[in-house]
Design a protein around this ligand. Structure first.
Ligand code: DC
Length: 237
């Protein structure tokens, strides 16, 4: 079965997708990490993220692998562990033009579909329900207010995690900067020509602004009898 979870950055879709996959015995596919990996590979090789043909060549040649790690999934790019490197501010800046590159999208979508053919997946990103898996069994569009999303990111950067109830104090100025950056990225992701961020017509919308992490996970699982059955089987074993 295929579960597609789309939404803007900071909507909580990564944590939710990972947890739904764990509870239901599905494989988690983080497609944002794939675009980040291409962006990182470009920076490593001195390729300008705006140089579309050069970036396309990087995407065509790069090997991206996911491997289980002690504290979650590791991302290997051409055999190098880039798990932390793909989350830096430099990569955040480079990933917008990289992910707007139509050839990069073509290559990544082919890899994502191949992963879907290999088995049951929960895939999260921006275009999963619209482009990658339009026939997905379950489609979710997860959103949250920009303020709620900025707060989660700010707490995360300080080592906390609101999804796990670990709140920490954050610097107001840093939070404002995160909010501005997030809104810039939202505008870019939604207005680009290649696969802009938008909900699939048949996606179920969940607004996570005022929901706890557990409530969101349950809301997703309850959308499908198969997911609910898998989750109860997992809980019982
Ligand atoms: O979800 P994320 O923040 O890790 O995504 C990183 C970037 O990749 C973000 O700018 C949007 C882009 N992206 C995309 O264009 N399509 C996807 N399916 C996933 C992510």
């Amino acid at each position: 079965m295929i579960v597609a979870i789309d939404g803007p950055s900071g909507s909580g879709k990564s944590s939710v997708a990972r947890e739904v996959a764990r509870r239901c015995g599905l494989t988690y596919l983080d497609t944002g990490a794939m675009y980040r990996s291409v962006a990182w590979a470009c920076l490593e090789r001195g390729v300008d993220p705006e140089d579309a043909p050069a970036v396309a060549r990087v995407a065509e040649g790069v090997r991206i692998e996911f491997a289980p790690g002690e504290d979650g999934q590791r991302v290997l790019v051409d055999g190098t562990d880039a798990t932390a490197a793909i989350r830096t501010p430099e990569v955040e800046l480079a990933v917008s033009p990289v992910s707007a590159n139509p050839r990069v999208r073509e290559v990544m979508v082919a890899l994502q579909r191949a992963a879907g053919e290999r088995g049951d997946v929960v895939a999260e990103g921006r275009d999963i329900g619209t482009v990658v898996f339009p026939a997905a069994d379950v489609k979710v569009f997860l959103s949250a207010s920009p303020e709620a999303r900025a707060r989660r990111r700010a707490v995360q950067r300080q080592g906390g995690n609101l999804a796990c109830g670990r709140d920490v104090a954050v610097d107001a100025e840093a939070e404002r900067k995160i909010l501005a950056d997030l809104m810039r990225r939202d505008a870019y992701d939604s207005s680009r020509e290649a696969s802009p961020l938008r909900p699939a017509d048949d996606a179920r919308h969940i607004d996570s602004s005022d929901l706890t992490f557990e409530e969101v996970v349950r809301a997703v699982v309850s959308l499908s009898p198969e997911l609910s059955a898998r989750a109860s089987e997992g809980a019982a074993s």
